[in-house]
Design a protein. Structure first.
Ligand code: MG
Length: 449
């Protein structure tokens, strides 16, 4: 289950620069992390304008507590995660992922390359709020080096996951959104044999082309470019490139659950095992996985829970096919146990290389589901969940995260936000009418509390 944290959310600390996210806070995180982890720590960042100041403060905290710091410069979060697993005792990325330019944050990376889990994060927060920092004397201070070239090891690793030249004959338009993947995803795809065009391909923390969230409204220039150039697909990342979303050859945005299902279709065909994903993911993924004899394990919402469950299953000797979230964040255990947008871009090239059909046809061949989602302000989300649990006591209930009601082929999820007085409601059914009725039924419950 999830542990309540005071400062960190599901994906690290985030806040508005100069208000919640300050050099003071970054320094404290560095001091706390450096007091908990010894040895060589890798630091990286996305392209945000506030990155250098926050990285400088974080590094100061690490150095003052005796850690040796390697500054890897600007690179995707999954690239830093890969480097930490192979070369370092811990890591930290200065990023606010998909948030607007005025935000920034810190993600802490464990030695195995995964994001720091709840228990260690609570220990880090306790140190931070209690000012319990192990400052070292002059002869214990850490040293700093820069290593902007280490990122090439990540590119090599992704390329090495696929047969040589698998992308030959394919044209791809890459939209890194002026974020951290400007130099990685285009190179990965080029080395796989693709012809690569870019839009928003220059690093720029003001994000002049579009916001870091790769949502359909910001991607119309990418959609137009894909259609105009006759490309096989377009790919866009969020600001730190742990997620990837796709545009088909006609310039149509592909829903992330459909993307997840296409990848499930490819991986589960060859790799039998469990697919791990949060309870908020479309049944489409489970439907496709089961066709290939794979089962699905559901986790709380948050990529760290997916990654940790995958690791626990592996530890227990249960084969894991792959994992991911229905937002374009996919985890490939043959590569590493974290979401990886560059790897997902490469995977799409591989899917199309093995297909007689263009991407639009592959998407249209998927089973259809209707998913309805909304969020609602609720004074007391806890009592709402309790009330729903009572009302639906006679039905199949899952308390993995919030409350999920499974009814025949349909399901409904009511999930309180960790930070605000609101709940998120998701309902899905293979039948549009059933989905609508089920959604109304759940809203009735929400309104009653
Ligand atoms: Mg991200």
């Amino acid at each position: 289950m999830k542990l309540q944290k005071r400062l960190f959310g599901t994906n690290g600390v985030r806040g508005i620069v100069g208000a919640d996210m300050t050099p003071d806070l970054a320094l404290s995180i560095g001091l706390a992390l450096g007091s908990m982890r010894k040895g060589r720590i890798a630091v990286g960042r996305d392209t945000r304008t506030s990155g250098p100041a926050l990285a400088g403060a974080l590094k100061a905290g690490l150095l003052a507590t005796g850690c040796d710091v390697t500054d890897c410069g600007i690179l995707p979060t999954p690239a830093l995660q890969f480097l930490v697993r192979n070369h370092f005792e811990a890591g930290a990325v200065i990023t606010a992922s998909h948030n607007p330019p005025e935000y920034n944050g810190v993600k802490v990376i464990e030695p195995d390359g995964t994001e720091m889990g709840d228990e260690q994060t609570v220990l880090l927060e306790n140190r931070l709020f209690g000012h319990r920092f192990d400052l070292v004397p002059w002869n214990g201070a850490g040293s700093e080096q820069t290593a902007p070239d280490l990122v090439s090891g990540y590119i090599d690793a992704v390329v090495g996951q696929f047969p040589a030249g698998i992308g030959e004959g394919k044209t791809v338009v890459v939209d890194p959104g002026c974020g951290a993947a400007c130099f990685t995803t285009p190179e990965i795809l080029t080395r796989l044999g693709c012809r690569v065009l870019t839009i928003n391909g220059q690093m720029d923390g003001r994000f002049p082309g579009r916001l870091p969230e790769p949502s359909p409204d910001g991607l119309s220039p990418l959609c137009d470019l894909v259609a105009a150039t006759g490309a096989d697909f377009g790919v866009a990342h969020d600001g730190d490139a742990d997620r990837a979303v796709f545009i088909d050859e006609n310039g149509r945005y592909i829903n992330e659950n459909q993307e997840f299902a296409l990848i499930a279709d490819r991986i589960c065909r060859e790799t039998k095992g469990t697919v791990v994903t949060p309870v908020s993911t479309s049944l489409l993924v489970e439907t496709v996985a089961r066709r290939h004899g794979c089962d699905v394990r559901y986790t709380p919402v948050g990529s760290i829970y997916v990654a940790r469950t995958m690791l626990a299953l592996r530890e227990a000797g249960t084969p894991v096919a792959f994992g991911g979230e229905g937002n374009g964040g996919i985890i490939y255990p043959s590569h590493q146990y974290c979401r990886d947008g560059g790897m997902t871009a490469a995977m799409m090239a591989a899917i199309l290389a093995g297909s007689r059909h263009p991407l639009s046809v592959l998407v249209d061949q998927l089973p259809e589901f209707t998913l309805i989602a909304g969020k609602f302000t609720v004074d007391d989300p806890g009592s709402l969940i309790t009330a729903i649990e009572k009302t639906y006591a006679h039905e199949s209930i899952d308390r993995t995260d919030g409350i999920r009601i499974n009814r025949n082929d349909s399901w409904a999820l009511v999930r309180p936000s960790g930070t605000e007085p609101l709940v998120r409601v998701i309902v899905e059914s293979p039948d549009a009418g059933t989905a609508r009725l089920f959604y109304e039924e759940i809203l009735e419950q929400v309104r009653c509390v």
